[in-house]
Every structure is written in structure tokens, then in C-alpha cells.
Design a protein around this ligand. Structure first.
Ligand code: UD1
Length: 484
């Protein structure tokens, strides 16, 4: 059976006929798979992206290019230094707590990434990161939500974004663990985009009957939240509206220190009547791999680390501090209606290009595993929603207590650095509760310490929960009931 003539024409029009090269060798199932993948593509829009982000050599002149003279620091609600500022944060926390108690907050965890840099075989959220118990990233996040739900007497629904590649494994992990006791967990799958040859812009085949596809970036969260659920279920956004959710708390799977549904941050977002909020930390070095929140022509936006010109990254204030210091840790609050507006066409996130190594089927039908990047992937980034918002708030947080992401197999942002940071943080909490904790000369803790979020979400929660005079000089795990 020949391929559908309309599809053949369409592919010819966009110079992509080669994807049917192996058609005659395919069985009915393979033909069906390829046809269904191809008919779901918007080839017109893809051609425009290929033209702009692959074939056009003048990448520097695209919309992501930055004129340094128009870029300046953004206004940030800094960490409180004075009593008055501390009182204001406390008031904001009261507001956030009220929102949690009235059940108007939902959490969205993005976990659709491929985790290539970590080199772990499985969804990153299943990585055993707990310094003593080996609790997974997913367990740590889920237990924080469970503890908060209990504290405020209202369940906080959790929505988890997966990708087609890790959806099944993520779903079965949560099923195996009984959703870690959470009342409402819903997984939703993000979209995909085809990868194309970086020189020719031609679609790549992952198999004779399959295009090479990859996740469409965390900007895909918006469309995925708005997509109809399975078997006639409402979309996640519709479901949230029905549940009376006003604010969506967004965070990434890789940072076990994330203070999920942090009441003060939620409160600042609500008080500012913001459509989107960002948590930022002071960048440690000009080349630190975090996006920076800046102002361009009076509007806030993020410049991703890979797009930040050295001239801007290194620009300093007279006192020597980095001028563009506000590093995004990718924890956001969204007004639900803002995401609904974007999902229904009220603003589009631009695509970025990522040059990657993508295995493909060559002309002779054999699979080629390239040793150098050969393909362009297209991704949208959630932080590009910032310039589309009418009102926003940018809030500083403390890196030591809130940011140590798991990205790499070794060195910075690796399992070793994350476990060390967790142990140091929990050591601080124990000291604040009256314990004595053995330290190395540099102040770090020489063994693992771990405290379950179900026992304590912050230092103050440990009060009265540890033995008086406790000395911690070996690995310690404090579980939900405090037993070690
Ligand atoms: C990201 C941010 C960066 C920020 C830093 C903080 C981007 C492009 N940059 O960098 O500005 O300072 O985190 O740690 O995100 N994900 C999906 N689907 C996708 C792609 C990613 O769900 O298609 C999820 C991942 O599972 C992960 C998160 O998004 O939870 C971040 O993705 P990653 O590619 O690791 O971003 P970074 O380059 O580390």
C-alpha cells in the first residue's frame, strides 16, 4: 500500500520526503506509526523554525540576541535585613498560609527532562539522593507536600509532568509507593518535537518507521496542562479550576532543597497580585549555570546562561558585586488564569535551539551513533512567560537553604555535593534545636544526616523532638516518628 498521497505531497512541499525512504520495507504497524507521527506534525511551523534556528547562519540576529546596552538589573524583593522587613515577610507568610489552608494552591513538578548529564538510567526523580535513607527525589518532594497538607488541613494536589520516554517508569514508581500517601497525584505527559539534522534541517529517523523526537522543553508545561486528559477527563487546568485552585507552585525535580509551597513566597506573589513569580539567588560566579532575571527596556525577562554574553555576565557594580546577580532557581508561582490565557493563544513562548548528539538511521538503513553533535532539538522555556505577564514578582531566597540541584554525575551539582549540602543543612537544624554536631574544620558535616520532611519541614519544627543534649557524631536519620 503506498503512503497517503496528501502526506506525500505535503512532505515534498517541505523538502522532507526522505522520511518515507523505507516505506516499502515497513509492515502495516510500522506504516501506521510513521503516518501517525507525521500527520501530527505542523510542517509549516516546523519549516519556519528550521529556517530561523537551523539554516539561517545569523543566529546572533534572532530574537534571543541581546544588546548589552539595554540590559540592567531587575527589582528584587531582597532577603529581609531589618526588623521591619522581617515583619513584612512574616505577614506575607500569613497570607500564603491562608491560601494553603483554603485549598487554593496546587503544585506542579516538572520531571520530563532526559537527565543526560547525570547519566542515570531511569527518571531523575527516582534517584536515591537521601544522604542516609537513600530516599528518592520524588519521595522527598512528596513528603514535603504531605507534611504541608497536614499542617494546613487541606490536601495540596500534585501534578507531575513526564515525557513519553519516562512516563511509564514514573507512573509505576508512584504506584509502587502508594503515591507516598498523597491524596491527589496526577501525571501528565509533555509534548515532543522532532530533531533535525543541524546542517540540512532534514527530519531524522530514529528507526525506519519512526522519527527522532525529543521533549519540547519545560515551556511545554503550559500546553500539556491544558491538554484534555485520558478517557474524556478534563485537562489539568480545568480540573484545577473546578477544585478552586488559584495559584500554581512550580518546581523542578532536581533540587531536593526546594521549599515547596513556601508560604512567604506564595504570600508575596499574592500580595503583588502577580501573574508569575521567580525565586532567585545571588550568582556565585559570572559563569554559574543559572538563568539570570534582568530588565530589558523596562520589562523583566530571563537570559539563559548559555545565551548570556560574557560582557554582561562579568559586569560589576562599583562595590565589586555582579550587576546581573539574580540567578533563577526555577521555582515559580503562576496565577492559574495567566496560564489559561497563554494556553488559549494569548502569548507564545519562543523556541530555542539545542545542538545535541542524536542517533539516526542513515541512507543505507543502518543506525548511526554520532560522536559529535549532529542535530538540532527545539525547546521552549517556561521562564519566557515572564515578559508576557502583566504583573510579576521576583523574590530572593537563601542558596544555602534552598538550592543544590542534582545535574551532574561528579563535581558541582552531583550526588556527592547534594548529599553534603543536605547533611550540612540538617546539621544546622539540629544545632538550632540544641544538639551538638561534629564538624570538619571547614564547617561541613563529615557524615550523612537526614531528617524526613514528615518530622520537620524547617529548623523550628525540631523543637522538642530531639533528646536534650544529643551529640551527633555519626550518620543519623530522623524518620517520620523521630526514630534514628
Ligand atoms: C535550568 C534552567 C536555568 C535555571 C536552572 C536552575 C532551563 C533551560 N534552564 O537549567 O535557567 O537556572 O535550571 O537549576 O531550564 N524538563 C522537563 N521537560 C523538558 C526539559 C526539562 O520537564 O523538556 C525539566 C527537567 O526534568 C528538570 C527541569 O526541567 O526538572 C530543568 O531542566 P534542565 O534541562 O536540567 O535545565 P538546566 O540546564 O539545568
Amino acid at each position: 500500500m503506498p503512503a497517503d498521497p496528501e502526506l506525500v505531497d505535503l512532505l515534498a512541499r517541505f523538502g522532507q520526503s526522505h522520511v518515507l525512504r523505507f516505506w516499502d520495507e515497513l509492515d502495516a504497524q510500522g506504516r501506521e506509526r510513521l503516518t501517525s507521527q507525521l500527520t501530527r506534525l505542523d510542517l509549516g511551523r516546523l519549516a519556519e523554525l528550521i529556517d530561523r534556528l537551523v539554516l539561517s547562519r545569523a543566529i546572533e540576529t534572532d530574537e534571543h540576541a541581546i544588546d548589552p546596552s539595554r540590559v540592567g538589573p531587575v527589582e528584587v524583593c531582597r532577603l529581609p535585613q531589618t526588623d521591619a522587613e522581617r515583619v513584612a515577610r512574616r505577614r506575607a507568610a500569613d497570607r500564603g498560609e491562608a491560601a494553603l489552608a483554603s485549598g487554593e494552591v496546587a503544585a506542579v513538578l516538572v520531571a520530563g527532562g532526559q537527565g543526560t548529564r547525570l547519566g542515570f538510567d531511569g527518571p531523575k526523580g527516582t534517584y536515591p539522593i537521601g544522604p542516609v535513607s537513600g530516599a528518592s527525589l520524588f519521595q522527598i518532594h512528596a513528603e514535603k507536600l504531605l507534611a504541608l497538607s497536614r499542617r494546613h488541613g487541606r490536601a495540596i494536589p500534585l501534578y507531575i509532568m513526564t515525557s513519553p520516554e519516562n512516563h511509564e517508569a514514573t507512573a509505576s514508581f508512584f504506584e509502587r509507593h502508594g503515591n507516598f500517601g498523597l491524596e491527589h497525584v496526577r501525571l501528565f505527559v509533555q509534548g515532543q518535537m522532532p530533531a533535525v539534522d543541524s546542517k540540512t534541517g532534514k527530519l531524522l529517523l530514529a528507526g525506519k518507521d519512526r522519527l527522532a523526537m525529543s521533549p519540547d522543553g519545560h515551556g511545554g508545561t503550559i500546553a500539556a496542562l491544558a491538554s484534555p486528559g485520558e478517557e474524556g477527563k478534563p485537562s489539568c487546568l480545568e480540573e484545577m479550576r473546578e477544585r478552586g485552585i488559584r495559584t500554581i507552585y512550580y518546581f523542578q525535580v532536581d533540587n531536593p532543597l526546594a521549599q515547596i509551597c513556601d508560604p512567604a513566597y506564595l504570600g508575596l506573589h499574592l500580595i503583588a497580585d502577580a501573574e508569575i513569580s521567580f525565586k532567585v539567588v545571588e550568582k556565585q560566579r559570572p559563569d554559574e549555570k543559572v538563568g539570570v532575571v534582568v530588565e530589558v527596556d523596562g520589562r523583566a525577562r530571563v537570559i539563559e546562561y548559555s545565551d548570556l554574553p560574557a560582557e554582561l555576565a562579568e559586569r560589576r557594580e562599583p562595590d565589586g558585586r555582579l550587576q546581573l546577580w539574580a540567578g533563577s532557581i526555577a521555582i515559580h508561582c503562576f496565577d492559574r488564569e495567566f496560564l489559561e490565557r497563554l494556553a488559549s493563544g494569548g502569548g507564545k513562548l519562543p523556541f530555542h535551539r539545542a545542538l545535541k548528539k542524536v542517533p539516526y538511521v542513515g541512507e543505507d538503513g543502518h543506525l548511526v551513533s554520532p560522536s559529535e553533535p549532529n542535530a538540532v532539538k527545539f525547546e521552549t522555556f517556561i521562564f519566557d512567560a515572564l515578559p508576557l505577564a502583566r504583573r510579576w514578582s521576583i523574590v530572593e531566597t537563601d542558596r544555602a537553604t534552598e538550592f543544590e540541584p542534582l545535574k551532574n554525575a561528579t563535581g558541582a551539582d552531583s550526588p556527592a555535593s547534594v548529599r553534603q549540602r543536605l547533611s550540612d543543612l540538617y546539621g544546622d537544624w539540629l544545632e538550632q534545636a540544641g544538639a551538638k554536631v561534629l564538624r570538619r574544620g571547614d564547617g561541613s558535616v563529615p557524615f550523612g544526616i537526614e531528617i524526613s520532611p514528615l518530622l520537620a519541614l524547617e529548623a523550628a519544627d525540631l523543637k522538642g523532638k530531639i533528646e536534650p543534649g544529643l551529640v551527633v557524631d555519626r550518620p543519623l536519620y530522623l524518620g517520620p516518628t523521630g526514630s534514628s
